[in-house]
Design a protein around this ligand. Structure first.
Ligand code: DGL
Length: 265
């Protein structure tokens, strides 16, 4: 029997998925969360489908051992390359970040000119394009991989001129294409929101998949009657596959608060 008080499981290639945890804590403050960050094998963004699928299954197996009631695949690269495999393999619902983001993008786009930025593997997979076209065939899609964004953010050069310059170069094509909506198709990119908005201008709406996925998980738990029932607040457990020091240090930025209870597995 599925227990409502079981935790929400969430995994990412590293610490970027904490942007999703941040939104989950806002939307569902009572829930317990088990987070796994594969810090020993990050980045996934330039790896093959076979490798990312293998890692993703191992990560999900780890969460299943913790008896989670739902699995959230926070990593866009994992979602792009392995979501279907995970959905077929597990009995618990598996929720990815792509569908909630594309739904919102199509809903908000005034002229149906949508940009997508993400890692190389995410952009190469074309999964966002297919998901957008499935909702509306008329949507025009302009994609760009921005492989330097993840290391810049992990280096904590978020408000640095170098990052602004690099972002300007990556985004110049999308600017010329006059997109009106831009999907941030990577766990890390919400941290560059200000920089990206500055370059793209106010008229371009940025879609933060972290916010959208938290909304979808809430809706799912409400509709399936699986919200946590216990009166006291749930707890957050964080697991990583390598030394936790860096995760704790930078993770606080992603999460927007101090991190505690990080364990290496
Ligand atoms: N989590 C990855 C994503 O959202 C970014 C980091 C990586 O390349 O592993 O695509």
């Amino acid at each position: 029997m599925m227990e409502n008080n079981q935790a929400i499981g969430i995994f990412d290639s590293g610490l970027g998925g904490l942007t999703v945890v941040k939104e989950l804590l806002k939307a569902l403050p009572n829930e317990s969360i088990v987070y796994f960050g594969d810090t020993a094998r990050v980045p996934y963004g330039n790896k093959s489908k076979k490798t990312v699928c293998k890692f993703s299954v191992e990560n999900a197996d780890f969460l299943i051992k913790h008896e989670v009631k739902i699995i959230i695949v926070a990593c866009n690269t994992s979602c792009s390359l392995s979501l279907n495999v995970l959905k077929k393999k597990y009995k618990v619902p598996v929720i990815g970040v792509i569908e909630p983001a594309v739904r919102k993008a199509v809903e908000r786009s005034r002229g149906l000119r949508v940009g997508v930025i993400g890692t190389r593997s995410t952009i190469k997979s074309n999964v966002y394009n297919r998901a957008l076209k499935k909702i509306n065939k008329k949507v025009k899609i302009f994609s760009k991989s921005c492989p330097l964004f993840v290391p810049l953010i992990e280096e904590n050069w978020i408000n640095d001129d170098i990052t602004l310059n690099i972002a300007g170069r990556y985004l110049s094509d999308l600017k010329k294409r006059e997109i009106d909506t831009l999907i941030l198709a990577c766990t890390h990119y919400p941290l560059l929101m200000r920089t990206i908005q500055k370059i793209m201008g106010r008229r371009v709406e940025l879609i933060n998949s972290a916010e959208e996925v938290a909304g979808q998980v809430k809706e799912h738990l409400e509709l399936s009657g699986r919200l946590r029932e216990a009166k006291q607040k749930g707890r957050c457990l964080f697991y990583v596959s390598d030394e936790p020091a860096q995760f704790v240090k930078i993770g606080g930025k992603f999460l927007g608060r101090k991190m505690s209870r990080v364990r290496k597995v």
